[in-house]
Write a protein that binds this ligand. Structure first.
Ligand SMILES: [Zn+2]
Length: 91
């Protein structure tokens, strides 16, 4: 008889969803792009920042990370082709 230990090996690398394409990747495959949005809200520098998680190996995601807006201000229209913008680490 075999002992079934299961395959629930605890992962060392936490997986996070890319803010750009929505794929779930491990941290080692992801980069973070922080944008200061304070000027759009008429606030002091550093008051409002967003951090976008993107696939480092995907040039599309890199490009999206620089233009993606997770925080919407009144003057910036919501991007229509992105659908939902998932927040990372929302587990
Ligand atoms: Zn991606």
């Amino acid at each position: 008889m075999g002992m079934e230990t299961g395959r629930r090996r605890k992962e060392v690398g936490e997986t996070v969803r890319c803010s750009c394409c929505g794929r779930t990747r491990s941290w080692t495959e992801l980069g973070m792009f922080t944008t200061d949005l304070s000027s759009e809200f008429d606030l002091a520098e550093g008051a409002v920042t967003q951090t976008v998680v993107y696939c480092r190996d995907d040039s599309d995601c890199r490009g999206t990370a620089q233009t993606l807006r997770l925080i919407q201000s009144a003057s910036v229209p919501a991007p229509g082709d992105l659908g939902q913008a998932p927040y990372y680490g929302a587990d």
